[in-house]
Design a protein around this ligand. Structure first.
Ligand code: ATP
Ligand code: LTN
Length: 332
């Protein structure tokens, strides 16, 4: 098998359309030629306080969304982060190679620490070292994620290079990979900010929204007074976001999607976006429901996934321990 692909989604809420277009929708296309690892990163999710019953439900739900997006569990590996102890172990080791200044510069940390001032915990700060561990444990070549994760990926690359330089060749240096469209889906009511699952509002489409709910949110999306449909994220953020969503749902670029709407009004664009979003939702919602209704099958898939993931991760972890000079545990 040639290249290895790794990605992760936090069970921090019900996934949004942004998660789907920026992440979930991308994964199945790698299955044919690559080895794919998809992780439900529950240890990352607890950097923001979660209700235990919600975390439990959301963890299984994210696994079901991976499957609903078209991932074949007989080909790819879907697993839960906390089922593979090597993640936190390597995360600790990498945190000793990570500079405070690097973590202080992280946009996600700056954003979340402002919003979560009452729970400004150390885990939120060292989050990117754990994320680097997730990726590096699997000799990952490429990480398909939304644009918001680019900075974290840059750190993972730097840590891999730093470790390799200090201790000898150990890690593959992973590449960032953004989707062709939908890398940064914006909030429909506030196109200045990204659509986020942990802070859903009237501008967030959730993957569990009914077709009517989703269509209504799109109809009410914020636009502008320019009355022309052009792809110009700087000056017409709302309209450009709708074009971006349409393009991602219909496997085109925003530049291709815009051609259809020359001389047309905003209502026509909104109707087309609503139609393509509803079409995508109906398809994945039916599959999602069938996986959530069969917990025995879901847990079987996750158990098998964790076995495959542990085998790979432990090998890498032992290589790292050896390089660091740790005494490898004595076998009986
Ligand atoms: P939270 O709101 O809890 O911070 P999130 O919605 O950003 O979470 P994650 O679980 O952290 O979601 O991310 C899962 C994947 O979805 C990542 O690859 C991330 O880049 C992608 N993603 C998240 N939001 C968007 C968005 N608005 N547009 C495109 N991709 C996104
Ligand atoms: N930080 C990511 C979630 C995440 C991830 C990963 C993504 C944790 N570990 C490894 C890709 C690879 C987020 O906030 N979206």
């Amino acid at each position: 098998m040639d290249k290895i692909i790794f990605s992760g989604v936090q069970p921090s809420g019900t996934p949004s359309l942004g998660n789907y277009l920026g992440a979930f929708k991308q994964f199945p296309k790698f299955e044919e030629a690559h080895k794919v690892y998809l992780c439900v990163v529950d240890e990352h999710a607890i950097t923001v306080r979660q209700k235990p019953e919600d975390l439990h439900h959301n963890t299984l739900a994210i696994a079901a969304w991976y499957l609903a997006s078209g991932i074949n569990p007989n080909v790819s590996t879907i697993f839960i982060q906390s089922h593979v102890p090597a993640h936190t172990q390597l995360g600790w080791m990498l945190s000793t190679l990570t500079y405070m200044g690097e973590l202080e510069r992280m946009t996600q940390y700056k954003d979340k620490s402002q919003k979560k001032a009452e729970n400004l915990n150390a885990g939120l700060f060292t989050y990117p070292a754990l994320m680097a561990a997730d990726i590096l444990l699997y000799d990952t070549h490429a990480v398909p994620v939304g644009e918001d994760q680019k900075q974290h990926l840059e750190l993972a690359r730097n840590l891999a290079i730093r470790f390799n330089n200090a201790f000898g060749d150990t890690f593959v240096v992973p590449e960032f990979m953004a989707p062709p469209a939908g890398a940064r889906v914006r909030d429909l009511q506030n196109p200045e900010k990204k659509m986020s699952k942990s802070e859903p509002g009237p501008g967030t489409i959730l993957l569990t929204d009914t077709p009517q709910e989703a269509a209504k949110k799109i109809k009410r999306a914020q636009t502008d007074n320019e009355a022309r449909i052009v792809y110009d994220p700087e000056n017409q953020a709302g309209i450009s976001n709708l074009l971006e969503i349409l393009a991602a749902c219909t496997n085109r670029t925003p530049q291709q999607a815009v051609m259809e709407f020359e001389g047309q009004q905003y209502g026509a664009l909104k109707a087309a976006v609503a139609e393509s979003v509803v079409f995508a939702l109906e398809d994945i919602q039916a599959k999602y429901k069938s996986y959530m209704d069969d917990k025995a099958e879901l847990t079987r898939i996750l158990r098998e996934g964790s076995e495959k993931a542990n085998t790979h991760a432990e090998k890498t972890l032992n290589r790292v321990k050896d390089k660091l000079g740790f005494v490898i545990p004595f076998s009986a």
